[in-house]
Design a protein around this ligand. Structure first.
Ligand SMILES: [Zn+2]
Length: 175
């Protein structure tokens, strides 16, 4: 018949005398699992938590493990959780929308083209030439509805934005 494990005696044996669970089990004529569950049930911390510190704290993950963790976190941040992610679209500092497109001859190094150009290309069914510019009729740079877009050559577009006698255009930069 197992003796009742006494709290104070247990603390003395476990923390002061640093006895093993086996030795304490012997002392109380209890089982090892009985001793462990007694400790857990009474919210007594395992040894090694000296000064309230978790023994794992301060131990460093190996480089490989850390890489793995950071990779996992990156995966979670990509797309859905990234506030800049708008389904493959991003806004330039000039207020134009860029669209991520695959297998396109004129995408930039990040894989984007101006959404206005993309919409016009879809409308025309061909790629735009380098000297073709897609102008926003109402002047709103992120309004890429086809009815707001007008295909111009570079030179005629320049004239449109630079009326006679003025050197400043409606918008400073087109992509
Ligand atoms: Zn324009």
């Amino acid at each position: 018949m197992a003796k009742k494990i006494e709290m104070e005696k247990f603390k003395n044996l476990f923390y002061e005398k640093q006895l093993s669970n086996e030795e304490i089990a012997d002392f109380f004529n209890a089982t090892v699992s009985g001793v462990v569950s007694f400790r857990v049930r009474n919210n007594l911390p395992p040894r090694g938590w000296a000064n309230g510190k978790h023994p794992q704290k301060g131990k460093h993950h190996s480089l490989e493990v850390r890489k793995k963790i950071s990779k996992n976190r990156k995966g979670k941040c990509a797309g859905i959780l990234n506030s800049n992610w708008k389904g493959g679209e991003t806004k330039t500092t000039y207020g134009y929308i860029l669209k991520k497109v695959h297998n396109h001859p004129f995408i930039n190094k990040n894989g984007y083209i101006g959404r206005n150009r993309y919409v016009m290309e879809q409308h025309l069914g061909r790629y735009l030439a380098e000297d073709e510019v897609v102008h926003h009729i109402n002047g709103i740079r992120d309004d890429d509805r086809i009815e707001n877009l007008c295909l111009l050559t570079n030179s005629s577009h320049g004239k449109l934005h630079t009326p006679k006698g003025s050197k400043v255009g409606i918008h400073s930069k087109h992509k």
